[in-house]
Design a protein. Structure first.
Lengths: 348, 320
């Protein structure tokens, strides 16, 4: 079996195993797995409203997945997507309600603000990694909580002691009446275009530019990259910052598209952590991320239909996602199994 | 409020908030000293919190005032078993340990909430427990002027257990052959293997210990501070314990010190508005303090913190 086939088979087998585990758990808990999965399917594709909201859910997942995948490709682990998303969300909303500009300037400006804020938040981790060899995983985890509480404090400050920001102006919104009518009043918005565009940007940057080649080279082997005359430090900082910009844009999707404002949060959105699952499933390629985000975004949104339609707790989907992650991460064993299987066939 | 009164108010509360962090951080020390990164501590704490509350509700009638202790024990055993999942993925299946830890976090929270809905008629939180962990004064010691009232008056039993575990962990890790082997597989597994230490077995044991301790931490938290379990019971305490472990330079006593400090910061964030001297500080500042300090600590402003050398790498026999 060629490497390429195995690389595609590992995630597919993991998904199937995850769904089987989910069915077993449902069955063992006295729920009907078939009704459960039917409700899930209906929740994703049932009508135009569901499809619209599913696409809306996929949008930030794509960007969060791109953020994690981009960092992975350059040898970094950005577990701080959650925090970068939060600061990006706030920055986008702040620009969205503070300024009064024509839409053609306002919307791009708000998106840019989110990217810059998310990029800056990740830059801190990249800088510490490059200059002081501090491991980025721990720093980004700490920055997640710093972002959560700091932004809560900011929301309180800008709303004079309230718990949510003002709503953004129409000119900064990603929503449109056209999409609303098309999808039967779902919250689907134009952010999907931004997300798809960014997937292309990541592909182009990594595969078609010198800079992308350098970023990947540093990720593969720092010493070789340095020997070839590349600046390892500069590339680490840059890679982390770009990753953070994707994450910041994921926040803008929530701020400018789905909610139009930001409320205080007592826990994380979870999108950032799910982004790790998305990137992992998508083998850290832009196309794979689109696929992974579509799957996990659909599952997450479709799950909301499960309690009503089948009486199954929606948490079952999070369990399935966690199991899929475990299986993909343990890909070594699946690879081993596939190789043994292939050998047996050859022997025959 | 006089300064002394403020101390009488803050110190016991800081110890209360620090106790679950101490349990969990010591667990982290065991796991990471053996070379297995465990960011699944958060998920393990969530499971511990849920199991603690559920066991408490189920056993309350039969065990009365001893229920919380039994519940903590059950939570520790459950989480020790749950941690095996992380061990299998990270040690045997050679999964990326951080990714596997993330999966443990997702699974711990989702699984607990799923069980809550299953066991409590589709509701999002459990019933309130009737037998929460109670405070008591240590006879004799609480009569010491100042210190007695500060440290030995109205304490939680498990807090004493936590301090005891710090001493035990220090002794086990630094004064016994077992501890030496455990640290050896975390620093240089191949050397340890050459000397006849079973690397993977040591790592399995360490991860199971870390799970059990995180379970104690979660069960203590849910039986003192929240008294029920929902999605918002454990929000970051596991990561804070991880931070305490790093801040404490992967040493039990250091981790305890850091946990106490974070406990103080959490206390101030909770009750800061009622205390003179700091009531003008925005609570957000106090809330981010533990995390910002950890970053600063890592950046080397408070002495260099170095992880065990083989931390995060699966051990593959015969590979250089």
């Amino acid at each position: 079996m060629s490497n390429r086939v195995v690389n595609i088979l590992v995630p597919i087998i993991s998904i199937i195993l995850g769904l089987i585990v989910g069915a077993i758990i449902m069955y063992a808990s006295g729920y009907d797995p078939i009704a459960g999965y039917q409700a899930l399917w209906q929740g994703i594709f049932g009508d135009m409203y569901s499809i619209g909201n599913t696409l809306r859910q996929i949008t930030p997942y794509i960007l969060a997945g791109l953020a994690v995948a981009f960092a992975f490709r350059t040898g970094l682990f950005n577990i701080g997507v959650e925090g970068q998303l939060i600061v990006g969300w706030f920055a986008a909303v702040w620009v969205g309600y503070t300024f009064e500009l024509p839409a053609i300037i306002h919307l791009p400006l708000a998106l840019l603000a989110a990217a810059v804020a998310g990029g800056f938040w990740a830059f801190i981790a990249g800088f510490l990694k490059a200059k002081l060899q501090v491991h980025e995983v721990i720093v980004t985890i700490m920055l997640n909580y710093t972002a959560l509480y700091a932004v809560n404090g900011l929301i309180k400050y800008v709303s004079d002691g309230g718990y949510k920001t003002p709503t953004i102006h129409e000119t900064a919104s990603l929503r449109s009446d056209f999409l609303k009518d098309l999808t039967d009043f779902s919250t689907f918005h134009y952010g999907l275009i931004v997300a798809l565009l960014m997937a292309f940007v990541m592909w182009f940057l990594l595969e078609k530019t010198t800079r992308g080649y350098e970023l990947k080279a540093v990720g593969f082997n720092q010493h070789a990259a340095e020997y070839a005359g590349m600046s390892v430090k500069k590339n680490i900082i840059l890679a982390m910052t770009i990753s953070g910009m994707f994450a910041g844009l994921a926040g803008a999707m929530e701020g400018l598209g789905t909610f139009g404002k930001m409320s205080m949060m007592n826990a994380f959105t979870g999108v950032g952590f799910d982004g790790i699952a998305v990137a992992l499933l998508g083998a850290n390629t832009p196309l794979g991320v689109l696929f992974g985000a579509s799957l996990f975004g659909s599952l997450k949104y479709g799950a909301l239909n499960m309690p009503n339609a089948a009486g199954v707790p929606e948490e079952i989907v999070s369990i399935i996602i966690a199991v899929i992650v475990l299986f993909v991460a343990s890909g070594y064993v699946i690879r081993l199994g596939l190789q043994k299987l292939a050998k047996k066939k050859e022997a025959k | 409020m006089s300064f002394i009164e403020v101390l009488y108010f803050i110190v016991p509360s800081a110890i209360l908030y620090a106790t679950p962090l101490i349990f969990t951080a010591i667990g982290g020390v065991f796991s990471e000293r053996s070379g297995v990164v465990n960011i699944g501590l958060e998920g393990l704490m969530v499971v511990g919190a849920f199991v603690g509350v559920y066991a408490n509700l189920q056993l309350g009638d039969s065990f009365g005032a001893n229920t919380p202790w039994i519940a903590m024990l059950i939570a520790a055993i459950t989480c020790g078993i749950f941690a095996i999942l992380h061990a299998v993925a990270a040690i045997t299946f050679r999964a990326d340990q951080v990714v596997s830890g993330v999966a443990i976090n997702l699974l711990g929270l989702a699984g607990s909430l799923f069980l809550v809905r299953l066991l409590f008629d589709g509701r999002g939180q459990t019933d309130m427990i009737e037998h929460s962990i109670t405070r008591f004064s240590i006879p004799g010691l609480d009569k010491i002027p100042f210190i007695g009232k500060l440290l030995f008056h109205e304490v939680y039993g498990p807090s004493l257990l936590a301090f005891g575990i710090v001493v035990i962990a220090w002794y086990v890790l630094y004064k016994t052959p077992f501890g030496l082997r455990l640290r050896a597989v975390g620093e240089h597994p191949m050397a340890a293997d050459t000397m006849g230490v079973n690397v993977n077995r040591m790592r399995y044991i360490a991860v199971i210990i870390s799970g059990a301790l995180a379970g104690l931490g979660g069960a203590f938290y849910s039986q003192t501070i929240t008294n029920d379990f929902s999605h918002a019971t454990i929000t970051g305490q596991g990561f804070m314990a991880l931070a305490a472990m790093i801040f404490g330079k992967w040493h039990p006593v250091g981790a305890m010190g850091a946990a106490l400090f974070f406990g103080l910061a959490q206390t101030l964030a909770q009750v800061g508005k009622t205390i003179p001297y700091i009531q003008d500080v925005p609570s957000a500042v106090l809330q981010v303090l533990p995390y910002v300090l950890t970053i600063l600590a890592l950046a080397g402003f408070i002495g260099k913190a170095t992880a065990p050398k083989a931390n995060g790498q699966p051990y593959i026999k015969g590979k250089r």
